[in-house]
Design a protein around this ligand. Structure first.
Ligand code: KDG
Ligand code: MG
Length: 409
């Protein structure tokens, strides 16, 4: 099973996606997601110019060896561009291996440890009634766990809050990467947010009752002491997790937050390797690992992180917004189904055009995802359809405080 072809496919149906397609001499193909929102073309170049030529002629079965070769031979290791490129190769090789075995990938990872994968959706509202409508709409779709994001009085645009009401029948379409030549500027006021959020959770928990798991994403905006205060104030509302409460690059910050609150903590969507989690896992400073398979070196590296986490009763909460392509989502679902320390899976639904480009066999029924039983990861890419949607420049927004200072977005 020798790799004969390595193609990089860029398409922009509802948003930009980068996909690596590997073909072997016996005609098997494998797909890997290499999408890095807002910096897509850097990964395209990394793959096309530096990785694809090295793959031709290699044995597609040697996944671990290929991973170590790409990671160590570059010398300049880690980082989102490198690790997204390695992830795409890794997932494409797992896809090929599982197709060669005639099995869905989860079987090669140890088989199913559960019947279905608990997923959480994204509810949001510009005020509490709109937020409660959005929660109700998600429950109608079957979601059994819901992330709650709210606008903040006095702040014009807030991460995770849809610009239009999420009423029944309409797909939730919060799309942070705006298409355009430069990033959109948003404003931010942490004190206003901290004053507002606990009251919103009071109303939401009162309305939905005690059982529904509720999550919240702080999106890296607080200092450690602000995050500690928020975690403490949210304790009565029994959150499933508080995500990215402080900027993710400072692992030490979580120690302070942890000393003050029993609200469970999740972090890691911008992490790329097990090294980013070293202190957090060993000192049990978090409860959920948030990395994406797509940005963390693929199945091979994620499995190692999650096995390390399992020793400390830390669970998975794999990143799954719409900037992870259906290929990246499917890879995550196979891992979710197989590992013992599964926690929850993020699931925003892709748009219609995306689903036309990527034919998926994973399912979402009664709040549970399942990767399906097709050999491989279970996703095909329609190259002709992909070709209808050329790449469009798009940037994530960024933040400034009221006095103009750039802040974490
Ligand atoms: O590209 C950035 C998004 O992936 C990120 O903002 C989404 O925070 C996010 C989440 O939890 O899904
Ligand atoms: Mg997040």
């Amino acid at each position: 099973m020798i790799i004969e072809k390595a193609e990089v496919i860029v398409t922009s149906p509802d948003r930009n996606f980068v996909t690596l397609k590997l073909t072997t001499d016996d005609g098997l193909t494998g797909l890997g997601d290499a999408t890095l929102n807002g910096r897509e073309l850097a990964v395209v170049s990394y793959l096309k110019d530096h990785v694809a030529p090295l793959l031709i002629g290699k044995d597609a079965h040697r996944i671990e060896d290929t991973w170590q070769f790409l990671y160590r031979s570059a010398y300049w290791r880690r980082g989102p561009v490198t690790m997204a490129a390695i992830a795409a190769v890794d997932v494409a090789l797992w896809d090929i291996k599982a197709k060669a075995a005639g099995m869905p990938l989860y079987q090669l990872l140890g088989g199913a440890s559960r019947n279905g994968i608990l997923a959480y959706g994204h509810a949001s509202g510009r005020d509490v009634p709109e937020l409660l409508d959005s929660i109700a709409h998600h429950r109608e779709q079957g979601y059994r766990a819901i992330r709650v994001q709210t606008a903040v009085p006095g702040v014009k645009a807030v991460y995770g809050v849809a610009a239009q009401p999420q009423t029944s029948g309409k797909r939730y379409d919060y799309e942070p990467a705006g298409r355009g030549a430069s990033p959109m500027e948003e404003d931010w006021d942490t004190r206003a947010y901290l004053r507002h959020l606990p009251g919103v959770f009071e109303e939401v928990r009162g309305a939905v009752g005690p059982e529904l798991p509720l999550l919240h994403d702080g999106h890296h905006r607080m200092t450690p002491i602000q995050a500690a205060k928020l975690g403490k104030e949210l304790e009565p509302y029994d959150l499933f997790w508080l995500e990215d409460c402080t900027p993710a690059e400072n692992q030490e910050a979580l120690r302070l937050v942890r000393q003050h609150t029993t609200t469970p903590l999740a972090i890691g969507e911008i992490f790329n390797t097990v090294w980013d989690y070293q202190t957090l896992i060993r000192e049990q400073l978090i409860d959920y690992v948030r990395s994406a398979v797509t940005h963390t070196g693929g199945i091979t590296q994620m499995k190692k992180i999650l096995d390390f986490a399992a020793q400390y009763q830390i669970k998975s909460g794999i990143h799954g917004p719409t900037d992870i392509s259906p290929v990246g989502m499917a890879a995550a679902l196979h891992l979710d189904l197989a590992i013992h320390n599964f926690g929850i899976q993020e699931y925003m639904q892709h748009g219609e055009l995306t689903n036309r480009v990527f034919q998926q066999s994973f399912t979402f029924e009664d709040g549970l995802l399942h990767p399906g039983d097709k050999p491989g990861i279970g996703v095909d890419l329609d190259v002709d359809e992909a070709g209808k949607y050329p790449y469009q420049t798009a940037y994530l927004p960024y933040n400034r405080l009221l006095d103009g200072t750039v802040h974490d977005w």
